[in-house]
Design a protein around this ligand. Structure first.
Ligand code: NAG
Length: 173
């Protein structure tokens, strides 16, 4: 029965080749998680990533997202820009306070009065908290995406208020 034996051996060889092929193919498949490291032959993976890095991972770590807006500088003291005392409490505030006025739709009819919000500068990624005390009235010239803050907030963010406007994101703290 040498023929049968030969056939079995031949089949084993074929099977072996098939499995080798499939393994090779599997390895050739581009792995979406592997970076440019693989293109360097013989290079040892120093830091093997346990899982795929999330796309666009360079954004702010925890928190993430927030509402995009434009931060402007405002005075909340008597005799400054707004002229009137703050909408929330009918008082004037020191420009040394970490306070903010929000566009009408975000002011939400006073629902955010006294609440803290986080403001993150898109320029440098820094975040500070400020208290909502006023409305930036979108029915009277204020745009709808304004985070209007004191000099103190600008300083805390490490920004020069002379710039006048910077892109930020904000969220309820
Ligand atoms: C707001 O910022 C503070 C500190 O800067 C942080 O502890 C808090 O988690 C932030 N809140 C949100 C909702 O991101």
């Amino acid at each position: 029965m040498a023929n049968t034996r030969l056939a079995v051996v031949a089949m084993l060889v074929i099977l072996l080749q098939l499995s080798t092929l499939s393994v090779a193919r599997h390895h050739a498949k581009p792995d979406p998680c592997v970076g440019e490291d693989d293109s360097v032959p013989g290079m040892v993976h120093k830091h093997k990533k346990p899982h795929c890095p999330s796309p666009g991972g360079s954004g702010g770590g925890g928190g993430g997202g927030g509402t995009p807006g434009v931060m402007t500088v405002n005075g909340f003291q008597k005799g400054e820009d707004g002229g009137a005392p703050s909408e929330c409490d009918g008082k004037y505030h020191s420009d040394k306070d970490m306070i903010v006025a929000l566009s009408t739709r975000w002011y939400a009819g006073g629902r955010r009065c006294g609440k803290m919000i986080n403001i993150t500068s898109k320029k440098n990624g820094r975040t500070v908290q400020a208290k909502v005390v006023d409305e930036c009235d979108s029915n009277h010239g204020c745009k709808t995406n304004i985070v209007d803050t004191t000099e103190a907030v600008w300083k805390a963010l490490g920004l020069d208020s002379d710039i006048g406007e910077v892109p930020v994101t904000w969220s309820d703290a």
